[in-house]
Design a protein around this ligand. Structure first.
Ligand code: C5P
Length: 224
């Protein structure tokens, strides 16, 4: 690994995504959204009618993912193109998140995505967002952060986000989905969600994103 890597792991809704975007922007570094690769693999399986039980077939889809990440133009959000179709909206839904966490339990899928993720580490540096960035994908990273928050707080945040977008959502259902995904991610045998031994654990419950950003940026400045 030639370029410095900062890994940010944690459960869904902990604020990792926003934090990683803020760090990448501030430092002018690349950003790896590893969850998007698992989401796209789940979507590809769904599109091609591949059963999630068929590990070899899902891994083959993961290896051959035909995806383009396009930067947003003039203040527009970035776009993700899967097999020629703009899937940016569908990518972030809870349904896709659930598909992702089901393909993510398959070791052959994780293996298929490993090198693709490592290839993101190039100069001037990389912010890597995921579940196993510090434990498996970039074990040598000089700064590892594990960002967490209570399931209730994460469900509240997601509820607010979705409501603001005009979606009809139910808080109790969101909490159940988050708890189910947490369980699947933490209890799986391969690369389970857990802090690396040398990770700085930050609990974002009760903190706003600017406070989390300042805390993590201090750590990065002190170590790199
Ligand atoms: O972070 P995001 O919500 O996009 O991740 C979707 C799912 O992909 C997670 O719930 C997890 O099951 C899986 N994932 C993973 N390892 C990563 C990133 C995501 O297993 N590094």
């Amino acid at each position: 690994m030639n370029a410095p890597v900062v890994t940010i792991d944690g459960p869904s809704g902990s604020g990792k995504g926003t934090l990683c975007q803020m760090l990448a922007l501030k430092l002018g570094w690349h950003l790896l959204d590893s969850g998007a690769l698992y989401r796209l693999t789940g979507m590809a399986a769904d599109r091609h009618g591949v059963s999630l039980e068929d590990e070899a077939a899902v891994a083959a889809l993961a290896s051959a993912l035909d995806v383009e990440f396009l930067p947003g133009e003039q203040g527009q959000p970035s776009r993700v193109i899967l097999e020629g179709d703009d899937v940016s909206g569908e990518l972030r839904t809870e349904t896709t998140g659930n598909l992702a966490s089901r393909v993510a339990v398959l070791p052959a899928v994780r293996q298929a995505l490993l090198q693709r993720q490592r290839d993101f580490a190039c100069a001037p540096g990389l912010i890597a967002d995921g579940r196993d960035m510090g434990t498996v994908v970039f074990p040598e990273a000089p700064v590892k952060v594990y960002l967490t928050a209570s399931a209730e707080e994460r469900a509240q945040r997601r509820y607010k986000q979705l409501k603001e977008k005009g979606n009809d959502v139910n808080l109790a259902t969101l909490l159940e989905e988050i708890q189910l995904r947490d369980r699947r991610d933490s209890e799986r045998e391969h690369a389970p969600l857990k802090p690396a031994d040398d990770a700085i654990v930050v609990d974002s419950s009760g903190l706003d994103i600017d406070q989390v950003f300042a805390r993590v940026l201090d750590e990065v400045s002190a170590r790199i």
